[in-house]
Design a protein. Structure first.
Length: 202
């Protein structure tokens, strides 16, 4: 699953998950493409408004699953500060069909550091020192999907770092009581061919 699909996932989760306040929330749903089931997504979240712990999975299914190995296993935990996620730990084990990688990030205040990474990052990868103040992908997803007042989940920009790539999740202010649009932007650390292909995903 390409990372821009995380934005679509967040929008879907925002509709199916209730506002936080319970000890644990979970959701599972199918991703459809032209009426065909292409992926199954599950998310389990514990969030008491002060701290959160998340586990998410994406699996290709149907015909796509038969011909493409697309798999995301993500974990994240952190704290909330003025409505902004402050990650403490992030782990991913992913296979996008183009790239397979595993990494664990630890965050000291706003500074990420790589606890371990396999394989070694490619030459274009962004070092952690250049990603201060960034959230991990799953924390950024939860920032949008966790529910609550529409004004609270619209109108923000969040830089994202996964141990190699920097991107940005930007959500415009609400234009209607139940509507706001988002954009995912590749910033740095991606292969040159992916940057040339497309940078912005509305």
């Amino acid at each position: 699953m390409p990372r821009p699909l995380l934005l679509s996932l967040a929008c879907a989760l925002a509709m199916v998950l209730p506002a936080t306040g319970r000890a644990e929330e979970s959701a599972r749903f199918d991703v459809l493409l032209r009426g065909l089931r292409v992926a199954e997504i599950t998310l389990v979240a514990r969030d008491d408004g002060r701290a959160y712990a998340l586990a998410g999975q994406v699996r290709a299914t149907g015909l796509v699953g038969a011909v493409a190995r697309v798999r995301f296993d993500l974990q994240a935990e952190g704290l909330w500060e003025s409505g902004v996620p402050q990650p403490r730990r992030y782990v991913e084990d992913v296979d996008t069909g183009r790239r397979a990688s595993r990494v664990e990030l630890r965050f000291d205040d706003d500074q990420p550091r790589i606890a371990w990474q396999d394989p070694a990052p490619p030459p274009e990868a962004v070092p952690p020192a250049q990603a201060r103040g960034h959230a991990d992908p799953l924390s950024a997803l939860w920032r949008l999907a966790r529910g609550g007042a529409r004004a609270a989940i619209c109108g923000f920009t969040l830089p994202v770092y996964d141990g190699a790539r920097r991107s940005e999740l930007s959500v415009a202010p609400a234009t209607a009581p139940a509507e706001c649009s988002g954009r995912y932007t590749r910033l740095a650390g991606f292969p040159p061919e992916e940057m040339a292909e497309r940078r912005d995903f509305p």
